[in-house]
Design a protein around this ligand. Structure first.
Ligand SMILES: [Zn+2]
Ligand SMILES: [Zn+2]
Length: 240
């Protein structure tokens, strides 16, 4: 806990966490838990040609994240980041609170950059690659144009420079954001009628992001729909 991992270990974490989370979601929905998911599919059957294109685009996005890791490491060794190694430096309270701060910042960054990327010229040139998947699959999560991958990766460099994060919190938060992203694209209404129970109503679900992919607008948030509700862009769920 008291020593930061090597750059190679960071990169391994980024690549493996995405591959394992997206791979597990794909296998769970199509191979292992098919009885559970059978009547929860939001659209038609997953298209193998689309999945191959998504994996190709995701590979480019992951390479951008690798580049981001080198940049973050470069800044870290020159003392320009606020990543720290010893928990006691900021204490366990901040360690826990940093998760909420990260999610609030990331949701805000994602909402506004995502909305910006829906401006017609930007959508056509960059974000359209992500929307090539009208019917999302777990591999749509990182299926980005190179420029969009840079925009998404920039957030991680920016928070490393601006906000103190313990290195382990930073890695866990990356994996968590990836899991949330994959969940949104899984293509199945995982929670069914429970999706609107209590606080779950304010979380983004596969049915709300499937609406975004089906209609090409609205529901721009990543973790929550709070920004969408506040800005009048909340569109609810796509139902089977
Ligand atoms: Zn979009
Ligand atoms: Zn999407």
């Amino acid at each position: 806990m008291n020593e930061t991992p090597s750059v190679a270990q960071y990169i391994l974490w980024y690549v493996l966490s995405y591959a394992l989370i997206a791979g597990a979601a794909y296998l769970a929905t199509t191979r292992f838990l098919t009885r559970f998911f059978a009547d929860r599919r939001l659209r038609g059957a997953a298209d193998p040609t689309q999945i191959r294109a998504e994996i190709a685009r995701s590979t480019v996005a992951i390479l951008v994240y690798v580049g981001m890791t080198f940049l973050t490491a470069f800044l870290y060794f020159r003392g320009h980041t606020r990543i720290y190694a010893v928990v006691a430096e900021y204490g366990w309270f901040w360690y826990a609170a940093s998760f909420f701060v990260f999610v609030a910042l990331h949701d805000t960054y994602f909402y506004w950059t995502h909305r910006w990327m829906h401006l017609p010229g930007i959508l056509r040139r960059f974000h359209g690659a992500h929307h090539a998947s009208v019917d999302p699959t777990p591999f749509t999560a990182h299926s980005f144009h190179f420029v969009e991958a840079v925009i998404q990766a920039t957030f991680f460099v920016a928070v490393a420079v601006l906000v103190p994060f313990h290195w382990s919190a930073f890695l866990l938060l990356y994996a968590y954001s990836t899991a949330v992203n994959v969940y949104g694209h899984v293509g199945y209404d995982v929670l069914g009628r429970h999706r609107d129970c209590g606080p779950l109503a304010y979380f983004n679900h596969p049915s709300s992001h499937a609406w975004h992919h089906a209609h090409g607008e609205g529901n721009y948030g990543l973790y929550f729909n709070l920004w969408d509700r506040a800005m009048g862009t909340y569109r609810g769920h796509l139902d089977q």
